[in-house]
Design a protein around this ligand. Structure first.
Ligand code: ADP
Length: 482
């Protein structure tokens, strides 16, 4: 019998996605199936999810559930076994899962995701028939699952809580607590209380049986004062219960040899067609169509975390060494404006597209020479994994998962022939500028460059090794519980 794992999350590719969390939640079930783990994913019933659902194979009414009529629906979509919390009063809202029109958080986000967690605990204990061996809760939106299991009676299904980004903590005022249906004793320092309010992420960390995050280096960083965002003490207190398991990407979905959305497909053994993608990319962004210009790309949220401002300040180095730059992203309005401005001031050398565009992202990974990822912190990062697979040598800050997934082209690595990109630290404009110059110097040495590109594309960025680690963890917990 496969082990039964209930994944609980607020996003899942391809049904609903705002970031890397969705990619992970969408990809892990197939990777774990190969490890004889059967994952069912519990999602909120957003319109996009309800529309994608196949026929329901079971359902369970939940009358008067967090202020309205709800039901749990078991079905399949996009190759995934799903349970959906169909609660129209909480989730029947189009667009971004967290934000109301105008960009502000929905005022009842605390109730919405408490409901998701409460439903998860019921499902784990068997409200839909057979229960689950382990719950895998992702990020603050699933933070209260452990609390509902702890205070909800038997069986006490073990919980693995995975941190995808410690910066998003799900912090709510204390008035939320009485609406949660948890006993008073749950609201204390040894429980949900955090800075006088209700901390969803804090509770997730407190009540989890094991805590993972998405890279070994980030697992170390979050236990330091500098990287712990206020939760480092709690995390240090959990000792050996905290660990890092790297994210992967679906290497069938992300394959430059078969990717229909690329103008030209290519592989390690046939790299020549890649030049056509570079040309298409230069055309798309209105850049000079020069095969010999080192073309840098950026794909991601335009946010302080991602160091986009550092790229803009390092332009003298980038342009001074003959480079070009394309930027694809959206987010912070001031950063959007600055990126547009940089393109306007450097026509033919810099191009900016504001927005979310999966096809264009693929063209950047499959056409740029190097992907810039100068993040100030990065739990894992998926963009650099896509770039590795598609032959755009990543230039990354040496933080979090970026440190764990890119092999810096230092003297030793180049001599050993194992480099896959360039790392820099500390994360400053000057160090980024120097790293850009180092990347361009490598680009100008065809043999070293070809070797680095082949290493990048040939590495294993799939889920295989990490799925095996999750499987071991789930088995350990299920055995402890028995
Ligand atoms: P995050 O911190 O946003 O989760 P990750 O690097 O972990 O960052 O994951 C981001 C994912 O979203 C990657 O798969 C990346 O390709 C994709 N992505 C980010 N911004 C865009 C965009 N503007 N257009 C298309 N894809 C994007």
């Amino acid at each position: 019998m496969p082990l039964r794992v209930l994944a609980v999350a607020s996003e899942c590719f391809p049904l609903v996605k705002t970031g890397g969390l969705a990619d992970v939640v969408g990809a892990l079930p197939a990777a774990l199936a190969a490890e004889d783990i059967a994952v069912t994913t519990l999602l909120p019933g957003y319109p996009a999810v309800m529309q994608a659902l196949g026929e329901a194979s079971a359902s369970q009414a939940l009358p008067g559930f967090f202020g309205g009529a709800a039901r749990l629906v078991r079905s399949r979509a996009a190759g995934l076994d799903l349970l959906v919390l169909d609660a129209p009063h909480l989730f029947a809202r189009p667009g971004n899962p967290y934000l109301a029109p105008g960009g502000r958080e929905w005022e009842d986000n605390g109730t919405r995701f408490a409901a998701l967690a409460a439903a998860a605990a019921m499902v784990a204990r068997g409200v839909m028939g057979q229960g689950f061996d382990v719950v895998h809760a992702h990020d603050w939106q699933a933070g209260l699952v452990g609390a509902y299991l702890r205070f909800g009676g038997e069986p006490r299904v073990p919980v693995v809580f995975t941190i995808h980004n410690l910066a998003f903590q799900g912090q709510f005022p204390a008035w939320l607590f009485p609406l949660l249906g948890l006993p008073m004793e749950a609201f204390g320092v040894e429980g949900l209380e955090y800075h006088g309010g209700v901390g969803f992420l804090k509770a997730g960390l407190w009540f989890a049986d094991r805590i993972t995050t998405v890279s070994p280096t980030y697992a170390t960083e979050i236990r330091t004062h500098e990287g712990g965002m206020g939760l480092d003490g709690l995390l240090r207190g959990r000792g050996g219960d905290v660990g890092g398991i790297l994210n992967g990407i679906d290497d069938a979905e992300w394959n430059p040899a078969t990717d229909e959305r690329l103008p030209a497909r290519f592989s390690t053994t046939d790299l020549a067609p890649r030049a056509a993608n570079k040309l298409a990319l230069q055309r798309h962004f209105g850049l000079e169509e020069r095969a010999d210009a080192p073309l840098f790309g950026f794909v991601g949220r335009l946010a302080w975390q991602k160091g986009v401002d550092l790229i803009l300040e390092a332009l003298p180095w980038l342009l001074g060494s003959g480079g070009q730059l394309v930027v694809l992203g959206s987010g912070d309005a001031a950063l959007e404006e600055r990126c547009r401005g940089a393109a306007a001031a450097n026509a033919g050398r810099i191009g900016t597209v504001i927005g979310f565009d999966e096809g264009l992202a693929r063209l950047i990974y499959g056409g740029a020479d190097s992907l810039l990822v100068p993040s100030r912190f990065e739990p894992c990062g998926l963009a650099q994994l896509c770039a590795l697979r598609y032959g755009a040598a990543p230039l990354v800050a040496r933080v979090g998962g970026l440190a764990d997934t890119v092999i810096d082209a230092n003297e030793a690595a180049v001599a050993a022939g194992c480099a896959t990109g360039v790392q820099f630290a500390p994360v400053t404009v000057e160090m980024l500028g120097a790293a850009v110059e180092r990347m361009v110097a490598l680009y100008r040495q065809p043999a070293a460059w070809a070797r680095m590109q082949a290493n990048a594309m040939g590495g294993d960025v799939s889920w295989r090794r990490s799925a095996a680690r999750y499987a071991t963890l789930f088995h350990e917990l299920a055995a402890t519980d028995a």
